[in-house]
Design a protein around this ligand. Structure first.
Ligand code: 1GP
Length: 240
């Protein structure tokens, strides 16, 4: 089955691992704990690039430990590894700099083709506070009280033919994307809605899923807890 079909099937939880923040061995162990906690897939990436060997080693270590799809979440053209199953081929739709909308993609597309990983076309929309990706990606951050602006970008993503749309509050955000905004986006589009940034508890995840998110991403919690399996279980259990 294609990774995209797998992601379209139900409310999905993805665990984000940043190769810069742990060794490949640690990433493999974290992926196993997340799998035991009920996660549906592993995203690998971050805002900063890492050397290709480190990325390859991280993906390999994860694949050795779990039979889950590994999806690249590239911070730039360096975030491509042929060892992964798929890549979120994303455009930062509300960037002020065309490099992040189509420039990096024009450089990266041939590399994705050579790598032979499944590209999943995705519109990426950064919401306040936006965190590192908002700064690095020069996002014209969408105000938290402007759900209609996010809905407009999301519908544009669908009309461009993108298969997923991602609402990003920024890694480590104090608060996740507001429920009103998620609902407005869900109502506007027919493609699956991914929500990430600042989701830390089962209560957060339930609120985000209840508002209409089809795919929930958590990253920072995995870096901050000792019991990764327990934390992921708290989040995945709240989605059932
Ligand atoms: C970041 O949306 C992801 O790109 C995950 O955010 O690290 O806050 O879970 P957190």
């Amino acid at each position: 089955m294609k990774v995209l079909e797998y992601l379209e099937k139900k409310t999905v939880h993805l665990t984000l691992l940043d190769p810069e923040k742990q060794t490949p061995e640690e990433a493999g162990k974290a992926a196993l704990s997340a799998f035991d906690g009920g996660t549906d897939g592993i995203m690998v990436g971050g805002s900063l690039g890492v050397p290709e060997e480190d990325l390859d080693a991280t993906v390999e270590s994860i694949k050795k430990n779990v039979e889950l799809p590994v999806i690249l979440f590239p911070g730039g053209v360096a975030g491509i590894s042929k060892r992964a199953d798929a890549i979120f081929f994303m455009s930062l739709l509300n960037s002020k700099n065309p490099y992040f909308i189509t420039g990096a993609q024009a450089v990266g597309a041939p590399l994705v083709k050579d790598a032979g990983v499944e590209p999943i076309p995705m519109g990426y929309i950064v919401i306040e506070p936006g965190g590192a990706v908002g700064r690095v990606g020069e996002a014209d951050l969408i105000p938290r009280n402007k759900p209609e602006v996010a809905a407009g970008y999301a519908l544009a993503a669908q009309y461009f033919g993108m298969r997923l749309v991602y609402l990003e509050a920024g890694s480590g955000a104090e608060k996740h994307v507001p429920e009103e905004m998620i609902s407005a986006v869900k109502e506007a589009v027919d493609i699956p809605v991914i929500v990430g940034g600042g989701i830390k508890t089962g209560t957060d995840a339930r609120a985000v899923a209840g508002a209409g998110a089809d795919i929930i991403v958590t990253g920072t919690v995995v870096e901050t807890v000792t019991d990764i399996e327990g934390k992921i279980r708290e989040i995945t259990a709240s989605l059932k």
